[in-house]
Design a protein around this ligand. Structure first.
Ligand SMILES: C[S@@+](CC[C@H](N)C(=O)[O-])C[C@H]1O[C@@H](n2cnc3c(N)ncnc32)[C@H](O)[C@@H]1O
Length: 478
């Protein structure tokens, strides 16, 4: 990110505008409508401000003389629009005295740029593309315009009016934040958004115990809780809305190694992020230590998210964590995620069940499959059963041997699907007999194995030349 969005206080001083023609006039209109004081040096002698509201025009000072010799004291920013070569010289002057400067359509001489803006009163959304594409910014703005409630600005100003009073009544920061979240997300917020401000005011006045309303303890501290959140297989667009909300509300996030950085990016910016899973080549901190961390954080009043790849209750040790929280008397809830097997099935079009062909599914961990005693392979011989194997990469030879010994056909279709829903996804399809060789074709996990006739319906089986399929040993098998 080269340009950080910040908001300029237009009350702090005048903006110096240099330039002429429609470009300068467009910026004049923008600044004037935003309430700026403008000192305008025209470069073509035309100072026409017709078309502006009289109140806006009154804030424009028509400056004379050489703009390069302009007095910059008190000026908060310099803007050159349709100013020709003066823009370059003015940029050097601004930079020398540390003033933000924008030379229109000239990124190299600008230290700030104008975002596309969604303006809803006190709520202003700025959209930037680093100056690369105003058209993309405008398209994003249209989408935001479409989803943002019309009265969201009223909601912000409503809260602004009550802020000080509530600040005095709820001194503790976390609790106060929760108070406002309940107002915004609850019936009071809905009343403001519906234009029923008087009723909203009355409802807020009716709250006799703001601490209790915010879900606080009698001690005036916020009550903590833990949310186990399934992050899905990698693509952040596969997060559920509830997962996204939990991430946005979190004070602290304890996350596993399988959680992709793109998912962590969707969390509240000032939430602390603590990796607790195994790192490459290093063991994790252990389940007992993770439980302890969660309990301590929740007891200190924080909203804890325990973020796990896929679904917390599918080979995710979510069950153990919930038990530890229950024992500790900590409030918790669970948000499901898309498990890797379902992510692979959707991405590669493997229908896990199929009429007459696949009537059962088994989700199996091959974590300990190398020790043949730990898996009863005879339960997996039904030809009409799809077997989805987690943690099966290194155990692939044992999985193959176990299933073949139990009587599954060596020609049973199988797929190895690695890093599913991520940009570096890979797949290899073939037969059960070839399973270890297929795994060899994959550049590393995590990977899921799907075994069963349904794999023959998958996209890599049907279209072996697709880019995402790096391997197919079908031809060799035929
Ligand atoms: C400890 S288990 C966690 C499973 C997770 N709770 C879930 O529901 O997907 C780890 C295994 O999940 C599978 N896995 C997780 N993410 C994956 C992905 N993006 N692509 C393929 N397999 C994945 C792999 O088999 C990996 O070894």
């Amino acid at each position: 990110m080269r340009f950080l969005p910040v908001f300029l206080d237009l009350q702090a001083g005048p903006v110096l505008l240099i330039g002429a023609g429609e470009l300068a006039r467009a910026k004049l209109r923008l600044l004037a409508a935003a309430g700026a004081r403008i000192r305008w040096y025209t470069t073509d002698g035309n100072h026409d401000v017709s078309g502006l509201e009289p109140a806006d025009a009154a804030r424009i000072e028509l400056a004379q003389g050489d703009p390069l010799a302009a007095d910059l004291s008190g000026v908060i920013a310099i803007l050159c629009a349709g100013a020709g070569d003066i823009g370059t010289a003015m940029s050097a002057r601004a930079k020398a005295v540390g003033l933000p400067v924008n030379v229109m359509d000239d990124l190299s001489h600008s230290t700030f740029i104008f975002p596309a803006i969604v303006d809803r009163g006190d709520v202003v959304v700025a959209i930037g593309t680093g100056g690369a594409s105003p058209v993309v910014a405008r398209r994003v703005r249209e989408r935001i315009e479409a989803v943002l409630p019309a009265r969201v600005g009223d909601l912000a100003s409503f809260i602004g009016r009550w802020r000080k009073l509530i600040h005095n009544r709820i001194p503790e920061f976390t609790l106060r934040r929760r108070f406002w979240e309940r107002v915004v997300d609850g019936p009071i917020g809905a009343l403001v958004l519906a234009g029923r401000k008087d009723e909203a005011e009355a409802a807020l006045k009716d709250i006799s115990d703001p601490t209790a309303f915010a879900g606080g303890l009698a001690s005036g501290r916020a009550e903590g809780k833990v949310t186990l959140v399934g992050a899905g297989p990698g693509d952040p667009d596969l997060l559920t809305i509830r997962a996204l909300r939990a991430l946005q509300d979190a004070d602290v996030i304890f996350y596993d190694e399988l959680v992709s950085p793109e998912i962590l990016d969707r969390a509240r910016r000032d939430a602390s992020r603590v990796p607790v899973g195994r790192r490459v080549g290093k063991p994790g901190i252990g389940q007992h230590a993770i439980n302890k961390l969660m309990v301590e954080a929740a007891r200190s009043g924080q909203r804890v998210v325990r973020l796990k790849g896929g679904d917390p209750f599918v080979f995710g040790r979510g069950g153990e964590e919930v038990e530890a929280l229950r024992e500790a008397g900590v409030a918790y809830s669970v948000v499901p995620g898309i498990t890797a097997g379902l992510g692979a099935a959707a991405q590669f079009e493997v229908p896990l069940t199929f009429r007459h062909e696949a009537l059962r599914i088994t989700f199996l961990t091959a974590h300990k499959a190398k020790d043949a005693q730990t898996v009863d392979w005879s339960t997996l011989t039904d030809e009409k059963m799809t077997v989805v194997v987690y943690m099966g990469m290194t155990a692939a030879p044992s999985v193959r041997a176990g299933l073949l010994a139990a009587g599954r056909s060596p020609q049973t279709p199988v797929g190895v699907f690695a890093r599913v829903t991520r940009p570096d996804v890979q797949a290899a399809v073939g037969t059960l007999d070839e399973l270890p060789a297929l795994v060899e074709q994959i550049d590393g996990g995590p990977a899921i194995l799907i075994i069963g006739d349904v794999v023959a319906h998958s996209a890599p089986w049907r279209q072996p030349n697709l880019n995402h399929v790096i391997t197919q040993l079908l031809e060799a098998a035929e």
